[in-house]
Ligand binder design. Structure first.
Ligand code: KIV
Length: 286
């Protein structure tokens, strides 16, 4: 989309103020990010969900900084006019403020992302502040935080009791107070998510957090029907590319085995004024 105008943190903030919903999607590779730019997505997240969606890991824990950087670079190249967010993988920010800033800096310098997301509430406030102090736009992520799903007892929705909702609201307010410019709520009841979105002045997005947030995020591999291992309750599949791809591959196998492919139109024939010399050439090698 050559005439697409890339968002900044200010235009995204303005969308919240104007009551316009932000459409946000994950992307991990060049072709998908190019489709996303053509489809006029407001933002892209190169999520550490690439661990499951691209590499076939069971979760996000094994994902490395180097993997995240490579995928961010590809997405950046394909979507120069879309706001691209990197996702700090497990152990890239948990150890110290210094390590968090060094790794955040790699995303900026090597991949040219526009913002970074990291998981956690009050307990990572010093990390958020350190990255903000380096001049980087930060998005908080609370609710179901897959990197600490072990402590949550699995991939479970959060904020379904008053005590848990209170903890989420306190985390959200602490993240805004720290200076983060955006917040993502994952797997949170709509009534809690809506309250947080209204309470905070920064844009609050949801994935599995109902319709009352300032925008929606969804994993592209779920949206297009590519990811097969499991489907969370909050996913809506807009296509079934798994079926389309499998059908295409099955047809290819059948045509190769049946001698149907390649046909004449798929061949590079010798040049017309050269082909007459072929018998002589072949004779040389008899
Ligand atoms: O990695 C990711 O795609 C995410 C979303 C699940 C929120 O963090």
């Amino acid at each position: 989309m050559p005439d697409k105008k890339k968002h900044s943190i200010h235009t995204i903030q303005k969308m919240k103020e104007n009551g316009e919903k932000v459409a946000w999607l994950t992307a991990y590779d060049y072709p998908t990010a190019a489709f996303a730019e053509a489809a006029d997505l407001d933002m892209l997240l190169v999520g550490d969900s690439l661990g499951m969606c691209v590499y076939g890991y069971e979760g996000t824990i094994p994902v490395t900084m180097d993997q995240c950087i490579v995928h961010c670079e590809a997405v950046r190249r394909a979507a120069p006019n879309t706001f691209v967010m990197g996702d700090m993988p497990f152990m890239s920010y948990q150890v110290s403020d210094e390590a968090a800033v060094v790794n955040a800096g790699r995303f900026m310098k090597e991949a040219g992302v526009d913002a970074l997301k990291l998981e956690g509430g009050k307990r990572i406030i010093s990390r958020i502040k350190a990255i903000l102090d380096a001049g980087i736009v930060v998005c908080g992520h609370i609710g179901l935080t897959p990197q600490s799903s072990g402590q949550l007892g699995g991939h479970k929705a959060q904020g379904r009791t008053v005590a848990s909702a209170r903890a989420l609201i306190e985390d959200a307010m602490a993240i805004e107070d720290a200076g983060a410019q955006m917040l993502l709520l994952e797997a949170v009841p709509p009534e809690v998510a809506g309250f947080i979105a209204r309470k905070l002045t920064i844009p609050v997005f949801g994935i599995g957090a109902g319709p009352e947030t300032d925008g929606q995020l969804i994993i592209v591999s779920d949206l297009i029907g590519q990811f097969q291992a499991f489907t969370p309750k909050f996913v809506k599949k807009y296509a079934n590319v798994a079926q389309v791809i499998t059908d295409a591959m099955t047809a290819y196998v059948s045509e190769v085995r049946g001698g149907v492919f390649p046909a004449d139109e798929h061949c590079y024939h010798m040049l017309k004024d050269e082909i007459g010399n072929l018998p002589a050439l072949m004779q040389e090698f008899e």
